[in-house]
Ligand binder design. Structure first.
Ligand code: NAD
Ligand code: ZN
Length: 358
C-alpha cells in the first residue's frame, strides 16, 4: 500500500475528573463472569485513596506493575501467565500509569490471545490475533504511548515494540487530575519526550500536513508549559496531557529522529530510561536541531533540571559498537532525520564521536 492506513484508538474520554466514569465505560465490556484486570503503576501501591477509586467488580483483579525497569518481554510473559492461571479468559486489561504501564497493558492484552512468548512479536505486524479489550489511563504525560501503535519492550535480543494494528488501545481515559504532582524532574524528562517527538517530526523528511498539524500544536503547548508560564498549575497539566496526545499523533504519521535513534543504543546497553535518555542525547544535538536544542537548554535552565553527562565514559570498544549497532538498526528514524542517503552521512565513526560526547 502506498499510503499507510492507520489503526487508531477507538474511544477517547477527556476531562478533569473523567476517571470517575470508568465503571460506566467498562460495564458494557464485561462479559459474564470474566474479570477486568487492572495493571496499576507501583507509584500508587500505597495510595489507598486512589486504589479505592478503581472500580473493581466481582472477580476483577488489581495487579501492581513494577516499573523500576522499563518493560521486558519476560515480565509481560510472567504477568500473562499469572492472569491465565488465575482467571483463564478475561474481559479486559486496564493499564493505569506512565508510558511503561501503557506499554505493559497493551502487550499483556495481546499475549492473552496470542500463542508463544512476547519476544516472538517484537517487530512489525507479527501479531496474529486481536487482543482482548484494553484501556490506557495515563498518570504521566509525554510519551504519547496512549495513542501509539506500538508497545516498546526489551527482549533478550532487541528493544523493539509490538507494532501492529492490534496494538492501539480500544479506549483511553485522559484525566489531567491524574498527572497532578508528578515530581519535577520526572515531569520534565517525560514532557521532553513529547517536545523531542515534535522537533524530530517537524524537522524530519517524512513530514506531511497530518503530522505537521498535530506536531505544531503539541510544540506550542510544550512551549507554553515549559517556557512561557512561571508556575505549574492545573492548566499546565491539561496542556501537557493534550501535548502528549497530539505529539503521539504527529509521530504516528511520520517518525522520530536522531535523539531517539541514539538513545535507543544507550537504553539497550546501559538501561537508561526513555525520557532521561532522550534528554541526555538531545542536549548534544546542536548540529542536527540547532533551534530545538537552544530552546531545550533554555527550558533546562528555567526549571533547574539536572541532565547527566559523561554517561559513556569508560565504555569499551565492544560496548560502543553494541550501541552503534542498535542505533544504526533504527533505519527509519535515521532516514526521517537525514534523508535517503543517511548511511553515507551517519558513519560509525561519526556516531561513535557523538556517543563519546554524552
Ligand atoms: P514511566 O512509565 O517509566 O514512569 C516513570 C516513573 O514515574 C515511575 O517510577 C512511575 O512509578 C512514576 N509515576 C507514574 N505515575 C506517577 C504519578 N502520577 N506521580 C508520580 N510518579 C508517577 O515513565 P514514562 O516516561 O511515562 O514512560 C517511559 C516508557 O514509555 C518507556 O518504557 C518507553 O519505552 C515507553 N514509551 C513508549 C512509547 C510508545 O509509543 N509505546 C513512546 C515513548 C515511550
Ligand atoms: Zn519518545
Amino acid at each position: 500500500m502506498q499510503f499507510r492506513n492507520f489503526k487508531m484508538v477507538d474511544y477517547v474520554v477527556y476531562g478533569r475528573g473523567c476517571f470517575a466514569q470508568l465503571d460506566e465505560i467498562l460495564a458494557p465490556r464485561r462479559s459474564d463472569g470474566k474479570p477486568m484486570i487492572f495493571l496499576l503503576d507501583h507509584h500508587f501501591e500505597q495510595d489507598a485513596a486512589f486504589q479505592s477509586r478503581i472500580p473493581l467488580r466481582g472477580t476483577d483483579e488489581l495487579i501492581i506493575a513494577d516499573v523500576t525497569h522499563e518493560p521486558k518481554t519476560s515480565y509481560v510473559d510472567e504477568i500473562t501467565r499469572n492472569i491465565r492461571e488465575r482467571h483463564g479468559v478475561v474481559s479486559g486489561i486496564i493499564g493505569i500509569g506512565g508510558g511503561s504501564v501503557m506499554d505493559l497493558a497493551k502487550a499483556v492484552a495481546i499475549m492473552m490471545t496470542n500463542e508463544g512468548r512476547a519476544q516472538d512479536y517484537q517487530g512489525y505486524d507479527l501479531v496474529k490475533n486481536k487482543a482482548v479489550y484494553k484501556v490506557g489511563i495515563p498518570t504521566i504525560s509525554g510519551t504519547g504511548a496512549e495513542v501509539s501503535r506500538t508497545c516498546v519492550l526489551t527482549g533478550p535480543e532487541k528493544k523493539l515494540g509490538m507494532n501492529s494494528d492490534f496494538t492501539p488501545f480500544d479506549q483511553i481515559v485522559l484525566d489531567p487530575e491524574l498527572i497532578k504532582g508528578v515530581p519535577k524532574d520526572q515531569n520534565f524528562y517525560t514532557g521532553m519526550d513529547c517536545y523531542i517527538h515534535c522537533i524530530e517530526s517537524l524537522d524530519g523528511t517524512f513530514l506531511n500536513m497530518f503530522s505537521k498539524s498535530y506536531g505544531e500544536k503539541a510544540l506550542e503547548m510544550c512551549r507554553n508549559v515549559y517556557l512561557r508560564k512561571d508556575v505549574w498549575d492545573e492548566d499546565s497539566d491539561e496542556q501537557l496531557m493534550m501535548a502528549s496526545y497530539a505529539g503521539g499523533m504527529s509521530i504516528a504519521y511520520s517518525q522520530v529522529g536522531v535523539a531517539h535513534a541514539v538513545s535507543y543504543g544507550l537504553s539497550y546497553l546501559l538501561g537508561t530510561k526513555h525520557g532521561i535518555g532522550n534528554c541526555i542525547v538531545f542536549n548534544h544535538l546542536q548540529e542536527f536541531y540547532p533551534e530545538g536544542v537552544a530552546e531545550f537548554h533554555e527550558m533546562v535552565r528555567k526549571h533547574n533540571i539536572h541532565i547527566p553527562t559523561g554517561v559513556c565514559a569508560g565504555l569499551s570498544d565492544d560496548e560502543f559498537n553494541k550501541m552503534i549497532d542498535v542505533s544504526l538498526g533504527m533505519k527509519l528514524l535515521w532516514e526521517n532525520a537525514l534523508g535517503k542517503d543517511w548511511e553515507r552521512q551517519m558513519t560509525r565513526e561519526r556516531l561513535r564521536a557523538l556517543y563519546e560526547k554524552l
